[in-house]
Structure formats: structure tokens, C-alpha cells
Design a protein around this ligand. Structure first.
Ligand SMILES: [Zn+2]
Length: 687
């Protein structure tokens, strides 16, 4: 099966630009994609600079005052800007033709409106887009794409993009995480042609172990690190099952997959994990462009390195699905560059009075490698701590992505053998995760690290929305333990992997999509991003803000629409190893217990007479301290006694009846007395 699919691929056609850099990356995997791309871009830039001097504002590809009244000049500038920005060859004749054909909208901030493509109505062929998660939260990212001819739904082709998890909200006690609900796919498993993974972050691959198994292990497509990470997680979930995975590695960005009338292609994106890839899905009803997670990384002068302009040349109508976390990033101007950030980290490492503990995301293999490099240069030792961090580094080393000088990496067990001035510890838990390394250090639970005043703690990470309070608490506790805590509010020690509002505008300018669908964020962020697009001159009826479960339909020659009926996307909770066995009732109980505690009422009655044999027993957990509330306890006991003695034992289902009565009456009684609603747990023992 894999063999066949591999044969279907058409490797070797070079349609997109930037392939050289990817090839360079393959030749020398130690280079990051961005670095290698920078190399080829630089070579080209040098050549280009010799030919012409490009005004700075061209980098933005945006209308400026001097060109505002002369749209022709602006088009010229955009076509000029293309090769300088991302490609290593001038725009093709075809590309220029397409750009020239597009009418301009001089009123708006440089956004060029594509021609209205709807001429004849044809709804016979359908492209459906269904987000199963990721459109009302950060995480749980999963999107379905379906293509079929009307009347032949049974033979439809389904492609899935990402299977991520979501971390629980504060009102979900005891839940480890939430995964997308795949109920809709039940009975359609045989139509799933492939699952494409854009990159290895948990909000994109975290649900793969449970869902792939549930869906009968369809083929999975991704780049090396992504697939290796999935394999590892599948193995962690159920030992010995990763061999059931049908994997297909994306070897170059020119790789293509064809499933019926669907063609899948890829493009380079900049994101905070290696091997992130953008996704293109071509069908006769429309072309979807989905960068997964993305940012526009700026070079030291603040100009973007990876650009996306070539995507404007894809077959129309194009549908841009854009991860839109941007409204969270208030300072869209003055974002630090990689270079600045590394200079800051170097300075911290040089000047630290003692040990340095750097908290970062385990998946930031690139950042971790950079820190190891700085450490090597300064003759310091690095210990990695945290299961996921060690695992990711091991995978990256196995894939040849990083090479570490012998002797630099040491085991966390050995840190106390070294001088504190020589030590850097890279740790997980910068999001305040309760069982990760930083939390263990703060709680003085760490086996090898006891934090001292001379230690330096660096948060080289951003705050994932929803984690603000937990991280604040962690920071406060760290400030009590050491005098040197450094985070992004103090110094630029992190560059986010997500685009800013300015970046979103830039994406719209470069890609010029027919339709725009902001995704992969909370609802308010999607709405704010839609407003950004509106301000850029986008037509209101060409922007869709989906909910989880929304069904969007696109046709070759008709207006797209969102169907009235949504598919089920109810939460599926994962609790330990149990998947989906936690219902909302369980959760409500946990919430109730966490708020007001519980009280157990034990009554022992005579089976025949139904009379109480002993005084009722009361046990309080998390409700009140019984010794200090003697009166209330006695009154409660009295009340229970009355309930039992007033009940006729001859009624059917006597114990159940009595239990319900105790639960209701005692619940009301306690609320009336102390305004708390503990869970009342009655136990009836018949002897
Ligand atoms: Zn990501």
C-alpha cells in the first residue's frame, strides 16, 4: 500500500522555489532549513543587489504613497519584490501574467482583490472542509478535507490534517488532556486516504496515538522528525504498536501525493520546531493552502526570510486557512530577531553568577542546539532534564540534525560533580506543568537540584494562552528562591514561533487568496483576524470564521457555503490511559468535590423493619473540619435519623429511595445552614 502510494508520487518536478535551500538542508542536515535557505537567499541577494537597488519598502510588497495613484507601478514593484524576498529566480512569465491580470484595490492597504471567479453554477463536485478541533481553542487541531462528486459520496476521498491534543481548562480537574472527537468518521474509515502532520508539536500530533488506532491506522505523511516523534508517542501509548503505523516520509518539498482527484503538495514554513511543513490540497473545486503553524522570521534587519508569495500562483480559487494566534502578540513591531535573542542568551551565560537553568519547550530542538553551541564555546557542560526533552534530542541526534561535541552533554545525575560556574541545565516545565522539571525544582522535589540564590533561571519560551496564571505562580515562587529570574518581559530571550498581526497582513498580501479562513486559535482571535482581513480590503463574504464541527463546502463554479448542521465535536477527555470514558457527569462531580468537598452519610438499618440500628456515621472530605463543627454535625445526624425513621421500609427499592432522599434533603439542609454544596454520598447498609 505504501509502495503504491510512493509510486504515485511525482518526485523531481520543481514547481516551487526555495527547493535549492531544502536540498542544501538535506545535504547538510545540521543546517536548519532557515539557515540553509538564508545561504541560498544571500547568494542570490548579493547577485541581485549588484543588479539593482531595491527600495526598502518593497520588502513589504505594499502600496506606499508614491505608488498609490499608480497601480501599475505597484504591480511592477511586487513582481520585483518576489525574487528578492524568497525565490532564487525571477518570477516566471506565468506568474507575472497572473499577477497582472488581478485587478487592484487601491483603497485598501495593498491587498489585491482576485477577480470574481464565479461565472457558471456548478455544485456537482464538492470540496468539504470540516475542522474537528482547533477553531474554538488553542490546541486539539484537526481538519478534515473531503472531495466527492454529488451522488457518489460513498466513494469520497478524505484527507486529514493534524491530530492534536488540547490541555485541560481549569474547570476540568483530573483531566490530562482533550482529543478531537472522530465520531463523524465512523463508518468512513475506508475513505481516509492519508493523515498529514504539519509538524511535531503536541497540539498537532498529540492525539495521534489514540486516533490513528481508532481509525484503523490510515497512512501518515510527514517529515522525518514529525513522524519519528509520532512513532515514539505511539510506542509510549501502547508498547509494540508503532510497527502498525503506515508511514510515508516527505523527502523533499517537491513530493506530491495523488488520491483520486486530490493532490497534496508542500511548502516551506518558518516555525519553532524543525521539519514543520506547509500543506497544499488541490481539488477541482478549490486549492487549500494551510501553513500549519507559521511565523515570518525576520533577519537582523527585520526583513522576512521565508516568504510565501509563490503561493499566489496556485490554481484558483485558493482557500487560505491561516493559524491566527496573532492578536495575542501585542508588540507586533519591534519583535526581537533570532540574532538578538542569541546575543542575549550568550550574555546571560557569560555573566551568570552560578548555575544557569533554562526552561524552554522540549520541542525547540533548534533553540536547545543553539544553547549547547554557546555552552561549548564557553567551556560549559549541559544537562538535559525532562523526559520529552531528552527524547526529542535523541531523535534529532539520530536523524543527524544536530551534532554535539563529545563531553559537553552530561547526565543530570552527575551535575553535582561539576563546578556550578560550569553548569547549564535545560529543563522542561516553562508552562508551569505540574509534573515537569521547573515545578519539581520549585516544590523542592527535584532529586539533584536545590535552587540557590546564585542560580539563574531563564524562561526561553512564550506563554501558551490559558497558562498565564500557572506560569505567574511559578515565576513568583522562583523569585522567592533566587535573585536571578529572566523572562521575556525583562529581556528578549525568546522568539515566538507564531506570526503577529503585521505578519498576517503580510501573508494576505503575499498569498492573495480567494477565500480566507482563520483557524487554530480561540474564537475571539479568529474574529479579530477576520477584521484584520476586512481592513486589508478582503470581501466580507469571502471570509469564513468556522466553529469546531462547521462544514464548509466549496464548488468549482458556485459560491461556497457553511452548512447549517455541524458535526459532533464534543470533548473527548483522556484521563490517565482511559480515552473517552470520562463523561461530563464525572467532570461535574470532580468540579463539585474540588469546590465544596464531600460528605459521606452511612446509615445501618434493619432489613425487615427499616429502622436505624446505629447512629448515622458522617465522614467529611474537603467539606468542613468536623471537630470544629460539632453542632452542624449533630443537627445533620438528627436530620438523617428523621428521614430514615419516617420512611416506610415496605416501599419498593427502599435503599435507593432512602439514598436519594438523604442526598436531596441533606444537600438542601447544608446549603441552608452554611451555603455550601458538598457532594452528599449516602451509603445504606442493610443487616
Ligand atoms: Zn506549532
Amino acid at each position: 500500500m505504501i509502495q503504491n502510494n510512493r509510486m504515485q508520487r511525482n518526485i523531481g518536478r520543481h514547481e516551487t522555489t526555495g527547493n535549492k535551500s531544502y536540498a542544501a538542508h538535506r545535504r547538510n542536515p545540521v543546517l536548519t532549513l532557515a539557515e540553509s535557505r538564508r545561504k541560498t537567499n544571500n547568494q542570490y541577494n548579493n547577485y541581485k543587489t549588484a543588479q539593482q537597488t531595491v527600495p526598502k519598502n518593497v520588502y513589504k510588497g505594499v502600496a506606499n504613497r508614491s505608488t498609490k495613484n499608480n497601480p501599475g507601478a505597484r504591480i511592477q514593484r511586487i513582481t520585483q519584490a518576489q525574487p528578492v524576498k524568497r525565490t532564487n529566480r525571477p518570477v516566471t512569465a506565468l506568474g507575472r501574467k497572473i499577477i497582472n491580470k488581478i485587478p487592484t484595490n487601491t483603497k485598501m492597504g495593498g491587498y489585491i482583490k482576485p477577480k470574481n471567479i464565479i461565472e457558471k453554477t456548478n455544485q456537482d463536485e464538492v470540496l468539504r472542509i470540516i475542522p474537528l478541533g482547533g477553531c474554538e481553542e488553542v490546541g486539539r487541531n484537526m481538519t478534515l478535507f473531503e472531495y466527492y462528486k454529488k451522488g457518489q459520496e460513498k466513494n469520497k476521498d478524505i484527507i486529514i490534517l493534524d491530530m492534536g491534543l488540547q490541555f485541560p481548562e481549569e474547570d476540568m480537574p483530573g483531566i490530562d488532556y482533550i482529543i478531537p472527537n472522530v465520531e463523524y468518521l465512523k463508518g468512513q474509515e475506508k475513505n481516509i486516504r492519508a493523515v498529514v502532520f504539519s509538524h511535531g508539536h503536541l497540539d498537532h500530533i498529540g492525539a495521534a496515538p489514540m486516533l490513528l488506532e481508532k481509525l484503523g491506522n490510515p497512512m501518515i505523511i510527514g517529515r522525518d522528525l514529525t513522524i519519528e516523534m509520532i512513532k515514539h508517542r505511539v510506542e509510549d501509548y501502547k508498547k509494540g504498536t508503532s510497527k502498525n503505523l503506515k508511514t510515508s516520509y516527505i523527502k523533499t518539498l517537491d513530493d506530491k501525493y495523488t488520491f483520486g482527484k486530490i493532490t497534496i503538495k508542500f511548502f516551506a514554513v518558518e516555525h519553532s520546531i524543525k521539519d514543520a511543513v506547509g500543506f497544499i490540497l488541490e481539488t477541482p473545486a478549490g486549492t487549500v493552502i494551510h501553513p500549519g503553524d507559521w511565523t515570518l522570521e525576520a533577519d537582523p534587519q527585520g526583513r522576512p526570510i521565508v516568504t510565501y508569495g509563490h503561493l499566489a500562483n496556485l490554481k484558483t480559487p485558493t482557500i487560505l486557512m491561516l493559524e491566527s494566534l496573532a492578536v495575542e502578540t501585542k508588540n507586533s513591531i519591534g519583535r526581537p530577531t533570532e540574532t538578538q535573542m542569541l546575543a542575549n542568551l550568550t550574555q546571560i551565560i557569560e555573566e551568570a553568577p552560578g548555575r544557569i537553568i533554562i526552561g524552554t519547550f522540549a520541542s525547540q530542538v533548534e533553540r536547545i542546539t543553539q544553547i549547547i553551541d554557546i555552552a561549548t564555546k564557553h567551556g560549559k557542560k549541559v544537562a538535559l532534564d525532562g523526559y520529552s526533552m531528552k527524547m526529542n534530542m535523541k531523535l534529532a541526534q539520530q536523524l543527524g540534525y544536530i551534532k554535539v561535541k563529545m563531553g559537553t552533554l552530561i547526565d543530570i545525575k552527575d551535575i553535582n560533580k561539576y563546578d556550578i560556574h560550569k553548569l547549564i541545565i535545560l529543563a522542561t516545565g516553562a508552562q508551569g506543568e505540574s509534573n515537569a522539571v521547573l515545578s519539581r525544582i520549585v516544590n523542592r522535589n527535584h532529586k539533584y537540584i536545590t535552587l540557590g540564590k546564585s542560580d539563574t533561571i531563564v524562561f526561553s519560551s512564550s506563554v501558551i494562552p490559558g497558562n498565564e496564571r500557572t506560569i505567574q505562580r511559578l515565576k513568583d515562587n522562583l523569585y522567592r528562591l533566587t535573585d536571578n529570574v529572566i523572562h521575556s518581559d525583562i529581556m528578549d530571550v525568546h522568539v515566538s514561533g507564531h506570526g503577529t498581526v503585521e505578519d498576517i497582513k503580510e501573508m494576505l498580501r503575499q498569498i492573495q487568496p480567494t477565500y480566507f479562513i482563520p483557524v487554530y486559535a480561540n474564537h475571539y482571535m479568529l474574529k479579530e483576524t477576520a477584521k484584520v482581513a476586512l481592513r486589508q480590503g478582503f470581501d466580507k463574504d469571502k471570509i469564513f470564521v468556522p466553529d469546531n464541527g462547521s462544514v464548509l463546502e466549496f464548488y468549482p463554479n458556485a459560491k461556497p457555503k457553511i452548512l447549517d448542521k455541524k458535526v459532533n465535536t464534543d470533548y473527548v477527555f483522556v484521563d490517565g490511559l482511559g480515552v473517552g470514558d470520562i463523561s461530563h457527569i464525572v467532570l461535574r462531580d470532580r468540579k463539585m468535590m474540588s469546590e465544596d468537598g464531600m460528605i459521606v452519610v452511612i446509615v445501618t438499618v434493619d432489613k425487615k423493619t427499616g429502622k436505624l440500628l446505629t447512629s448515622p456515621d458522617l465522614i467529611s472530605r474537603g467539606f468542613i473540619y468536623m471537630k470544629e463543627n460539632q453542632k452542624l454535625m449533630n443537627d445533620t445526624r438528627k436530620r438523617v435519623r428523621t428521614i430514615v425513621n419516617d420512611t416506610d421500609p415496605k416501599i419498593e427499592a427502599f435503599p435507593d429511595y432512602i439514598k436519594n432522599k438523604i442526598r436531596n434533603d441533606i444537600g438542601k439542609f447544608l446549603f441552608k445552614n452554611i451555603e455550601r454544596r458538598p457532594m452528599v454520598l449516602p451509603v445504606v447498609i442493610e443487616v
